[in-house]
Design a protein around this ligand. Structure first.
Ligand SMILES: *[C@@H]1O[C@H](CO)[C@@H](O)[C@H](O)[C@H]1NC(C)=O
Ligand SMILES: *[C@@H]1O[C@H](CO)[C@@H](O)[C@H](O)[C@H]1NC(C)=O
Ligand SMILES: *[C@@H]1O[C@H](CO)[C@@H](O)[C@H](O)[C@H]1NC(C)=O
Length: 367
């Protein structure tokens, strides 16, 4: 019951017989009556090594808030029934897996110092893996290939900037993927291929767009969190905008309120950051005539009129633009050029712009 998704069950599970500390056992243990499992609580004891003297039928082991800097699954080989292991709030910088824990279902590693996640091995029954609030800056392709039973994977609050397309490959059972509060700037188009998620959290990242076809067709996600990203509202966002419109019932926002965490349907929660004239307005309300393709080809190939007709930008002297015509944001990278320079169409790729480049609402260099 270490996975945070079932708080009510967790409460039930804590109804238990009195704590008992046997001779040579440093940690109180009790029967978890809900699960009929023996739970041993070694939390907050200043431990720097995993204690050896634990009941052999320990099924739930709490080792949170200790001083473990390095842990191997070898340290739990004397606990053949181990099903849930909480190692949160240690100083864990190294995790070694390999020696098998055949029954381990839940592994909580949040609030540690893991910088690199090794390919997990020997955990065939693992369904819930919590890696929140570590220092993980990258995932290897197929990092979770050997834990194919995972239903919940929490990577919230790490340092992820990019992900390989195969990061979650093989996770056919995965329902809940939390990537919020990282530093993700872009995501590969096929990141979710083969997954059948119920819940996806991308909030609190540095995403400016999502690639066309990012969400698998024909699969409905029940909860998607997209707020807190600097969405760039130009034709490159047409796919995401359309997806939000089609799936408005799935777009949620989470807020910490005095009386607890509020989860609420809010399709207006993803808002534009750029260009300036759309700053703060919901992605859902962003209107711009874009071609059907609505993808980056347009960004590269040229500008567009309000009617959506692609116009090769090199042949259009900007002085002929009516002053009220909004300058297509995809051209806006010309702000890095001297103002009198004609806009070279090949510069226009919006995705290579630094997030902080302000996009002035009008450019129209008056040569
Ligand atoms: C665990 O083992 C102890 C004795 O070694 C026994 O009293 C207890 O009932 C066992 N608990 C479970 C859940 O099997
Ligand atoms: C485990 O033990 C710690 C320290 O004694 C205590 O603060 C904590 O509430 C216990 N946890 C559970 C789930 O019983
Ligand atoms: C996190 O990782 C970076 C390198 O990726 C390192 O410089 C930094 O010290 C790490 N921070 C912690 C708290 O371990």
């Amino acid at each position: 019951m270490l996975c945070p998704t079932s708080p009510h069950l967790a409460l039930l599970a804590l109804l238990s017989v009195a704590d008992a500390v046997g001779p040579g056992e440093p940690c109180p243990s009790e029967m978890n009556t809900f699960k009929h499992r023996l739970r041993v609580n070694c939390s907050g004891q200043g431990l720097s090594v995993v204690p050896l003297a634990l009941p052999t039928n320990t099924s739930i082991l709490l080792l949170s808030s200790n001083r473990l800097a390095s842990v191997s699954t070898a340290a739990f080989q004397h606990l053949p029934e181990l099903a849930e292991l909480d190692l949160s709030g240690n100083a864990l910088g190294v995790l070694h897996t390999g020696p098998p824990l055949p029954l381990l279902q839940e592994l909580v590693l949040s609030h540690n110092a893991l910088g690199v996640l090794p390919t997990l091995q020997g955990l065939p029954a693992l369904t819930c893996l919590v890696l929140a609030h570590n220092n993980i800056s990258g995932l290897l392709p197929g990092a979770f290939r050997d834990v194919g039973q995972l239903t919940e994977l929490n990577l919230r609050g790490n340092q992820l900037r990019t992900l390989p397309e195969e990061a979650f490959e093989g996770l056919a059972m995965l329902k809940d993927l939390d990537l919020s509060d990282n530093a993700l700037e872009e995501l590969p188009r096929r990141l979710l291929a083969g997954l059948k998620l119920d819940k996806l959290s991308l909030s609190g990242n540095q995403l400016r767009t999502l690639p066309s076809g990012f969400f698998p067709e024909g699969h409905i996600l029940a909860y998607v969190y997209l707020a807190g990203n600097p969405w760039r509202c130009d034709c490159g966002l047409a796919y995401l905008r359309g997806w939000i419109e089609d799936n408005d019932f799935s777009i949620y926002i989470q807020e910490q309120r005095p009386d607890g965490l509020l989860t609420e349907n809010d399709p207006h929660s993803p808002v534009c950051d750029e260009p300036l004239r759309h700053h703060g307005s919901p992605v859902l309300e962003f209107q711009q005539a874009c071609s059907k393709a609505g993808d980056t080809d347009l960004d590269i190939d040229g500008t567009m009129t309000e009617e959506g007709t692609p116009v090769p930008s090199a042949t259009v002297p900007s002085t002929t633009l009516p002053p009220t015509n909004p300058v297509p944001p995809t051209i806006a990278s010309s702000t890095t050029l001297p103002p009198t320079n004609p806009v070279p169409p090949t510069i226009a790729s919006s995705t290579t712009l630094p997030a902080t480049t302000p996009v002035p609402p009008t450019i129209a260099p008056s040569t």
